[in-house]
Design a protein around this ligand. Structure first.
Ligand SMILES: [Zn+2]
Length: 387
């Protein structure tokens, strides 16, 4: 968890942008052959490393470079990349010889791969020479790519028979401005996100979609035909993708709002949500989707970084029971999931809006892990990113 705090608050953030290469049939074949030959070479290097019990990239290269070059038709820089791959594999364990998948990913550096983000294409080395390949990319990835730096992995996805480049992007935090005021955001089951400006993103659309897909799935499972099976396979992951899209939209909206109004974003420590929301029964659990909370928080954190918006995490205690108007804290203040009615001053509000105001203006900011007082904060030492 420490990483999430540190990434969001202290150091620069490394993010991965993914683009799909629009290869011609000929380019496709050449890239496949490139991966195949590179991984074959990795296997040869691995055997050499295992035999001589030498695992460091530099030492391996010194001992075997000539032999490896003679063994393959790969460019010298590609051979160097293979040494790194083999050496990295042995960092994970040296109890047995490492083998490599035929079409496993290979890292390219800027000597064998060049990005032309203005033209949306790359120039990439292959066993058939340099290839100029256009790529497809979505808006968020496009924004990331302007910070592309260092290595990119060439990945072959055999399920859809397509090539992807995963580019490492270094998002600078230097252009993040220091601000004092904040937007508070309350995440929940019924309303995915409610902010302290009173904007509410309901879960109804996502929930409706989930129920519809579940019904369809049940119907298809009863029919054991071949076409039903095919259909079921297509449905797999559909809800996740839908939810992901929704999370992308909501997080972007929040972050842009904070940026335009020169405010930071305050969120609850996620452990607060885990302890506060009691989940009963299978149906509730299905709605619950822990991963979705985490995903939304991650999206907010990385988009905030991208747009130079600061994120703070606050102590979640009493944010839903406290009256924002008079400060009175009582369980009975919250009459139902959606209604807040203060027993002291009579102030009425939407419960999630009241909570998000407390998050924005009242709740104590949790310090990054290092300086947390383990004694006074029950959430300290556990992972706010959930389990
Ligand atoms: Zn009150």
């Amino acid at each position: 968890m420490a990483t999430q705090y540190i990434c969001a608050m202290i150091i620069d953030m490394k993010l991965i942008a993914q683009v799909r290469l629009n290869t011609s049939p000929e380019q496709h074949t050449l890239l496949l052959r490139t991966l195949e030959q590179a991984n074959t070479l990795c296997d040869t290097m691995s055997s050499f490393a295992w035999e001589h019990q030498v695992f460091g990239a530099f030492k391996l290269q010194k001992l075997s470079y000539k032999q490896m070059r003679e063994n393959s038709k790969l460019a010298s820089q590609m051979v160097i990349r293979c040494y790194s791959k083999v050496s990295d594999a042995y960092k994970k364990g040296r109890h047995k010889k490492c083998n490599f998948r035929k079409y496993g990913a290979i890292a390219y550096d800027d000597r064998i791969l060049r990005w032309y983000t203005d033209k949306q294409c790359v120039s990439i080395w292959s066993v058939g020479g340099r290839l100029n390949i256009p790529y497809s990319v979505g808006e968020p990835q496009k924004a990331l790519l302007q910070y592309q730096q260092g290595e990119s992995d060439l990945v072959y996805n055999r399920h859809n028979n397509a090539f992807y480049l995963l580019a490492t992007c270094d998002i600078p935090s230097a252009d993040r401005k220091e601000v004092e005021s904040a937007i508070g955001a309350d995440l929940g089951l019924v309303n995915i996100l409610t902010d302290s400006d009173g904007e509410i993103h309901s879960n109804a659309r996502v929930e409706k979609n989930r129920v519809r897909l579940q019904k369809l799935r049940t119907r298809l499972q009863k029919r054991a035909t071949k076409s039903a099976k095919r259909h079921l396979k297509r449905l797999a992951g559909k809800q996740r993708r839908f939810q992901r899209d929704v999370n992308h939209c909501i997080s972007k909206r929040l972050v842009l709002k904070a940026q335009c109004t020169k405010r930071m974003i305050r969120l609850e420590d996620l452990t607060g949500i885990n302890t506060r929301t009691k989940v009963r029964g299978k149906e509730e659990r299905a709605k619950r989707s822990n991963w979705s909370f985490k995903q939304l928080r991650d999206f907010i954190a990385y988009k905030a970084q991208l747009y130079g918006v600061k994120v703070e995490y606050v102590d979640p205690h009493y944010t839903s029971q406290r009256c924002f108007e008079c400060g009175h804290i009582e369980k009975g203040n919250r009459r139902s999931q959606s209604d807040f009615h203060c027993l002291n001053c009579g102030h009425s509000a939407h419960a999630d809006s009241n909570a998000s105001l407390n998050i924005a203006f009242w709740a104590a900011v949790n310090q990054p892990i290092v300086s947390r007082d383990l004694g006074s904060h029950p959430a300290a030492g556990t992972s706010p990113s959930g389990n």
